[in-house]
Design a protein around this ligand. Structure first.
Ligand code: PEP
Length: 253
């Protein structure tokens, strides 16, 4: 059975004190209200990871939002996967559309990052998704296929089996525009088919595929009830303890 996962992405928000306060609220609320075996993750700025990993225990897991593709060295200002692992984080977001767009991260670079994340026994949350133009001109299946092929499909079966995929249509991120449950399900089913063609049915059925893009407690129930949607990658709503907890709880209903 594949895991149901709600992962928050705080992006570049929350100073140290604000982050501790918000995360403490999230842990208390999730601990009281989580009933199933769904996994809750917060991907926080690097400065928070060490403290949050201690506070989260088994209730809320911790992830980074990025890491460098190399093991170590003269890369001023960068953080390695080994460093992320050493403070107790378990996940790393790879290839968020903001990094693809603002830092020109290519599929080839993202494959390197995914490899180093896996090598350090961290779980990559690998983001893919089309822009509004690509949706409107009908090329979105080709875009998704090439992001999967170039970013992930040269991994061994064993490595790929550890990856979480997040489908995040760029036009829905932070815009208030959500993909309809039918639009999201259509792409999630396509992603699962591509994984099946590459790695076989068992791997495809065990891969968690998250939806991201203006997901909130109001629209999550319908999205998360789709056959191929196994949870969400949540930006804005992860900055509110009530909303994030309600998203985790959505799997109980
Ligand atoms: C994200 O940043 O991954 C995201 C989905 O953001 P939002 O939920 O705010 O659209």
């Amino acid at each position: 059975m594949r895991k149901k996962i709600v992962a928050g992405n705080w992006k570049m928000n929350m100073d140290y004190a604000e982050g501790i306060s918000l995360f403490s609220e999230i842990v208390n609320m999730v601990r009281d209200e989580q009933k199933g075996d769904q996994v809750a993750v917060i991907c926080a700025p690097y400065i928070h990871l060490n403290s949050l990993a201690k506070l989260g225990g088994n209730t809320v897991k911790i992830g980074a939002q990025n890491c460098h593709q190399n093991e170590s060295g003269a890369y001023t200002g960068e953080i390695s996967a080994k460093m992320v692992k050493s403070v107790g984080a378990e996940y790393v977001i790879v290839g968020h559309s903001e990094r693809r767009q603002y830092y020109a991260e290519s599929d080839a670079l993202l494959l390197e990052k995914t490899n180093i994340v896996l090598k350090n026994n961290l779980i990559p949350i690998f983001c893919i998704g089309e822009t509004l133009d690509e949706r409107n001109n009908g090329s979105y299946f080709d875009i998704i296929k090439s992001q999967l092929t170039n970013g992930l499909f040269s991994l061994s079966e064993d490595d790929f089996s550890k990856v979480i995929v997040a489908y995040e249509p760029v036009w829905a991120i932070g815009t208030g525009l959500t993909a309809s449950s039918a639009q999201a399900q259509e792409v999630h089913a396509f992603i699962r088919q591509q994984i099946q063609a590459q790695y076989g049915e068992a791997v495809a059925q065990n891969t968690s595929i998250l939806y991201g893009g203006s997901c909130n407690p109001k629209n999550a129930e319908e999205l998360f009830s789709q056959q191929d949607i196994d949870g969400g990658l949540i930006g804005g709503a992860s900055l509110k303890s009530r909303d994030f907890t309600d998203l985790v709880k959505t799997f109980n209903s």
